[in-house]
Design a protein around this ligand. Structure first.
Ligand code: SAH
Ligand code: SF4
Length: 405
């Protein structure tokens, strides 16, 4: 799971030292960069109890109770400073402040679309920038689309994020921080405030969540905890391009709702649009979905289907989709293609999309056409991309990380 402890930088990497002809004895190298405290926002309540004891901030027999108290301050009240924790003893607060941090990441840019969609570009560590998007009137009241990675290793040809090489996985703290930034902006503390505008979380931002299952699962444990932000697991959806071997683990560890980026009904086309299909083809994907823990008519799998003009939008393909999904409790989300600079794809005409949807409806599927949101600020599905670039790991080790946790 997550690694507890502090990040130390030696200033010199092993390679650098070899190049200098130095003897490699890293255990004896004195850290030249100060330890960066763990950000408590990224710890599940259980991990928090361990961390508090390990740091000597609370005795073991009080750990569970204290952890719940601190957890509530962070995720129910939105505290950013230990001094706010008025019901925690002063010396305990001081011990917490000595060892841990609660700081929010830097917001590099905040944009609000004409339709009310909000997008934040968040810097969680030097060179690590991610986008999160809040979309009003989606789900029960509004959904936050979070990123799980900076960039992506996959190269779906219609996706903007796919053009950005993977920089790294986000930590649980960096995923939770996106929710905190949104709640700060919407002024939704305490978390049980009435008429909450943030009701749903979708892992549909940058990256492939199933290649970061540890970070995603911990983040879901934290976000869904009833002592904190308390967004039910049934209102948390994880979208995957089809990393079949991780599907069961996702269901068992998170009980999250599943969304599958299908986009094509035959392997020949899906190999092009979603290249991971060459590894796990449509038959393997369907088999994996059928065994996803907890699927039922009340907990349907969402199939996402991006509408690409002249590529995958014929009535024959709608019929093939119906055939393919037979027997799976499913709903279908038709996503009008969102263009981005440099793409050759175009969005299907509105009439074509409606005709496609009508075939699905006649077959009994709920198939809403997802209204494009936030297009004017490049906040719509698949338009997310940050300028973070992969730096050589050695260069990153030389930079003290502020990454929480
Ligand atoms: N990597 C995951 C989750 C992030 S992408 C996945 O692929 O499922 C979220 C959704 O947006 C996916 O269904 C993806 O296929 C879709 N998408 C990507 N680029 C898009 C674009 N330009 N227009 C519309 N949808 C897009
Ligand atoms: Fe990655 Fe998803 Fe984009 Fe494919 S659609 S490149 S898996 S983020």
């Amino acid at each position: 799971m997550r690694s507890a402890g502090f990040c130390y930088g030696t200033g010199l990497t092993a390679l650098d030292q070899t190049a200098l002809g130095a003897t490699l004895d890293l255990a004896r190298v004195t850290p030249v960069v100060a330890a960066v405290p763990i950000n408590l926002s990224g710890l599940t309540r259980e991990a928090l109890a361990h961390a508090l004891v390990e740091a000597g901030a609370v005795p073991a027999d009080k750990a569970k109770m204290r952890a719940t108290q601190v957890f509530r301050w962070i995720h129910h009240r939105g505290a950013v400073d230990f001094a706010q924790m008025t019901d925690v003893a002063k010396d305990t607060r001081a011990a917490l402040a000595d060892h841990f941090s609660l700081s929010r990441p830097e917001i590099v840019e905040r944009q609000v679309s004409r339709d009310g969609t909000r997008k934040w570009l968040i810097r969680t560590a030097p060179g690590i920038e991610v986008e999160a998007v809040y979309i009003p009137d989606v789900g029960r009241s509004g959904a936050l689309c979070v990123s799980s990675q900076v960039g992506c290793t996959l190269n779906c040809t219609f996706c903007h994020t796919g053009t950005q090489a993977l920089v790294r996985n986000l930590t649980a703290a960096e995923i939770v921080a996106q929710v905190q930034v949104c709640k700060d902006d919407l002024e939704e503390w305490p978390s049980d405030k009435e008429d909450r505008r943030l009701s749903n979380i979708v892992f549909m931002g940058m990256g492939e969540p199933l290649y970061n299952l540890d970070g995603v699962a911990d983040a879901i444990d934290i976000i869904s905890d009833n002592e904190g932000i308390a967004i039910s697991r049934r209102r948390i959806t994880v979208s995957t391009s089809g990393v079949v071997p991780e599907l069961i683990a996702l269901g068992e560890r998170t009980q999250a709702m599943l969304a599958i980026s299908l986009h094509a009904t035959n392997d020949e086309l899906r190999d092009v649009l979603v290249p991971i299909n060459k590894k796990y083809d449509i038959a393997a994907l369907m088999e994996g979905i059928r065994t996803y823990p907890g699927i039922s008519n009340a907990r349907r799998v969402t199939f996402e289907y991006v509408m690409l003009k002249g590529v995958n939008d014929t009535p024959a393909e709608a019929l093939a989709l119906v055939k393919l999904l037979k027997g799976i409790p499913a709903k279908i989300n038709l996503i009008p293609f969102n263009p981005w600079p440099g793409t050759d794809y175009e969005c299907s005409d509105w009439g074509t999309i409606e005709a496609f949807a009508a075939i699905l409806n006649r077959a009994g599927y709920s198939s809403p056409i997802r209204t494009p949101r936030g297009r004017d600020i490049l906040a719509a599905c698949g338009q997310l991309k940050s300028d973070s670039e992969k730096v050589r790991a050695s260069a990153r080790r030389r930079t003290p990380t502020l990454a929480p946790g």
